[in-house]
Ligand binder design. Structure first.
Ligand SMILES: [Zn+2]
Length: 303
């Protein structure tokens, strides 16, 4: 297996370097299959989706926005292909089969989610600049908090922003004294995030709109959607691997369990499934089948 945190060289990808694309397939096929397998029952369709994801990634590489990670880019395409597949299935299966009811439920939860691949591929608005700055500030705050070992603080903000939970839902499960403790943590966190944001060039405008955040009762949707879409709190695959093998300290372990098991981050879940041993779940053949799809396309293009 390749290094858990390996990321490709985007210049090589953009130059259609076959070796780099082969490494991408080797590194990412497992987690993509894990994601698709939880949502699509048909084994062949799963392979098709992963192949189409790699093809889509090669074709669209010139519009890949490096404000996102390559994994986010791939997962965005994969999600789109999965939705397409579930839609096709729904149309075919119309007539009341239980199977199609389950598929359309899945579809609903996928399609209404905040994150859409179009956001990753087309970002032209000025507002996107604001989102970039906000994402960078949130990311910075997560890193600072993680580094200082303040995992309860991180879990409070994660619960509010990713989980959409309220103060009163959080204090007890997180072992805090009462609701007021949650409110205090939130207040200080938003204040710090605002400071980090204002330290960035061109942030004055958004900074002003963040002024009211700390005193509002509910976390604002905008911060919430940036927090989720940009995956600012997603632990790296290396951390997930350490969590699984039990070599992680209790604090980070608790956070990762909260993030994946309690709040259901679908992409970290896909990484976990992959790391746990997707091969044992019958992915071996599927993995072989999808390897080489981008290379075949690159070669056909050269002719
Ligand atoms: Zn995650």
């Amino acid at each position: 297996m390749t290094d858990a945190d390996w990321g490709p060289d985007s210049a090589r990808l953009a130059a259609f370097d076959e070796g780099e694309w082969a490494r991408v397939e080797a590194a990412f096929a497992g987690r993509l299959l894990s994601y698709v397998s939880r949502r699509v029952a048909d084994v062949e369709a799963r392979e098709d989706i992963v192949q189409e994801t790699f093809l889509g990634a090669v074709r669209g590489i010139e519009s890949f926005d490096t404000a996102y990670s390559f994994e986010q880019y791939l997962f965005g395409i994969c999600r789109n292909r999965t939705i397409d597949q579930l839609r096709r299935h729904e149309v075919r299966g119309r007539g009341g089969e239980e199977d199609s009811a389950a598929a359309s439920l899945d579809l609903e939860s996928l399609a209404t989610d905040e994150q859409t691949p179009s956001r990753i591929l087309r970002r032209t608005d000025l507002a996107d600049r604001g989102r970039d700055l906000l994402a960078a500030s949130l990311q910075e705050w997560v890193e600072l908090t993680w580094a200082s070992g303040e995992m309860t603080r991180l879990m409070v903000v994660e619960g509010l922003l990713r989980g959409g939970k309220r103060n009163r839902d959080l204090w007890e499960p997180l072992g805090l004294r009462d609701e007021v403790s949650v409110a205090g943590i939130k207040f200080r966190a938003l204040k710090k995030i605002r400071e980090l944001l204002l330290a960035k060039e061109g942030a004055e405008e958004i900074g002003a709109s963040l002024d009211g955040l700390a005193v509002e009762a509910d976390a604002p949707m905008d911060v919430q959607s940036v927090w989720r879409d940009r995956r600012v709190s997603c632990p790296s695959r290396r951390w997930i691997a350490r969590w699984l093998d039990g070599s992680l300290e209790p604090g980070p372990s608790r956070f990762i369990a909260f993030h994946i098991e309690e709040l259901g981050c679908e992409w970290c879940e896909a990484n976990r499934d992959d790391l746990v041993g997707a091969r044992e779940q019958g992915h071996g053949e599927a993995l072989e089948a999808v390897q080489g799809s981008s290379i075949r396309w690159l070669r056909s293009r050269a002719r």
